[in-house]
Design a protein around this ligand. Structure first.
Ligand code: DUC
Ligand code: ZN
Ligand code: ZN
Ligand code: ZN
Length: 463
């Protein structure tokens, strides 16, 4: 089976060039001067004139069917990866969650069961480590052997996912030894819990209190502390969902000092703010995620971070909970609102708005959304680039189309959109996953089970 994509501007991390792309089976066979291949050499010809042809997006931070506070995030691997495909994302890396008292390998088995046979696009796993002990540390080696080469830890949520500095130090020591990556949720959970208790005791239960009780200073402090622990152990560090200027400064300083510190941000921190969290009538609950949405002024810093590469990756932290019956669990007590927002479908479009607005270049769009996540998490050059031999995960994107985001038309299994009514310049036309057309002009042509598990190498930024 051969597919020829003609006349588009093929984008990569170093810019764009008008070229034809020949796909043979599941991989890219050639990127060549327009007209090199006669149309009858292919079974299918896709005319991409006037459009971008870019590597499929890689969302390195999603949570499908994630247990949280007695409920589960609303997208299954089936619905969530289908929504990802609609939005031009052809790889997700989801988080397996170790419950305290469980082993890492039994956790990994559980996540394989959830995802196997259900995904529309390819998927990998990170492992959330919430119980550091001798056995867990040994199992970190087995995870790496099983293609799970990154481990997330929490400085937030005491009593649930939280690890002490000592536990973090131990896990970082293991990462230094086996070449894996430590990912950190950097918020000072001990201090936050005090602020939450105080707000509730004073009768403040509304959603905006979620923001007030998790101030940016406590993200900055935890980020600095994580960086210090990484320095002491010689471990690399990847800060997830960075939202605050204070945290960005800490990351930038560490990078200037030559430390292997990396960070991602998410579209919600670039476009939404604490004003959304303050919407009346419990509407703010839709915007409860951790870290919380910040004052708008932080957005300027985050866009700059994306330009300077102090922020290397854009992921969604897609963790959808329906407003009805799920977010509503926290009516009157903001601390019971499940933490997370939907987003896997809109990352490529939202970051394209950054290109349209002149905040980032086309090359940075592709780099932060596809190429760097592939390198960061051991998937390059199989993923993240359109080059001979790479998987034919390809998005044909029409930069001049217009669309309006709405829960009425999105494909995520959640009853609201955080971006309801936002108009977008640009839209996905066609999406190929390993050579198969899975989305074409709004139609889903894929199937659950097309997506396969990606056994990842060590980060190519470190090894
Ligand atoms: N952190 C995440 O990364 N996702 C959901 C909730 C959280 O705290
Ligand atoms: Zn987190
Ligand atoms: Zn109040
Ligand atoms: Zn997350």
């Amino acid at each position: 089976m051969r597919t020829l994509i003609t006349g588009g501007t093929v984008l990569g991390p170093s810019g764009g060039v008008v070229a034809d792309v020949l796909v043979e089976g599941e991989t890219v066979a050639a990127v060549a001067t327009p007209g090199t291949f006669a149309p009858d050499t292919a079974d299918t010809v896709l005319d991409a004139t006037g459009k971008y042809v870019l590597p499929g997006g890689i969302d390195a931070h999603t949570h499908m069917e994630m247990p949280f506070g007695g409920t589960f995030s609303a997208d299954t691997f089936e619905t969530g990866t289908r929504a990802a495909a609609f939005g031009g994302t052809t790889t997700i890396i989801d988080f397996a969650v170790q419950p305290k008292g469980s082993s890492l390998l039994s956790t990994l088995d559980k996540w394989h069961e959830k995802a196997g046979g259900n995904c529309a696009v390819d998927y990998g796993f990170h492992m959330i480590v919430s119980d550091v002990n001798d056995e867990t540390l040994k199992e970190m080696d087995s995870c790496v052997d099983a293609g799970v080469s990154s481990f997330k830890m929490f400085m937030a949520y005491p009593g649930v996912f939280y690890s002490t500095d000592g536990e973090i130090l131990r896990a970082m020591g293991k990462a230094t030894e086996n070449g894996s990556m430590i990912m950190m949720h950097a918020e000072n959970g001990i201090a936050i819990d005090q602020l939450v208790a105080k707000a509730l005791a004073e009768g403040h239960g509304e959603p905006v209190q979620h923001g007030y009780t998790r101030p940016p200073e406590l993200e900055g402090e935890a980020t600095s502390r994580a960086i210090t622990l990484a320095k002491v152990t010689g471990s690399p560090l990847y800060i997830v969902h960075l939202s605050a200027a204070q945290a960005l400064s800490a990351v930038a300083e560490a990078r200037d000092n030559g430390q292997n510190v990396f960070a991602e941000t998410c579209p919600q921190y670039l476009y939404l703010s604490i004003e959304d969290l303050a919407k009346p009538e419990f509407e703010g609950a839709k915007y409860v995620a951790s870290p919380p949405l910040r004052e708008k002024s932080h957005q300027t810093d985050l866009w700059r971070g994306l330009r300077t590469n102090d922020l290397s990756v854009v992921s969604t932290d897609h963790c959808p909970f329906c407003f009805k019956d799920q977010k509503e669990l926290g009516k009157g007590d903001f601390s019971k609102i499940p933490n997370g927002m939907p987003g896997v479908e809109h990352r490529m479009d939202l970051l394209h708005q950054g290109v349209v607005a002149g905040e980032i270049s086309l090359a940075r769009w592709v780099e932060t959304c596809a190429t760097t996540p592939a390198r960061m998490f051991g998937l390059f050059p199989r993923k993240g680039i359109i080059a001979p031999g790479s998987d034919a995960d390809i998005v044909i994107y029409d930069p001049s189309a217009r669309q309006t985001i709405s829960a009425r038309t999105h494909h995520m299994a959640v009853d609201y959109s955080a971006y309801e009514g936002m108009t977008i310049t640009g839209a996905v036309s066609t999406v190929l996953s390993r050579g198969t057309i899975v989305v074409d002009r709004g139609d889903y042509l894929g199937r659950p089970g097309h997506g396969t598990f990606l056994s990842r190498d060590l980060s190519q930024y470190l090894n």
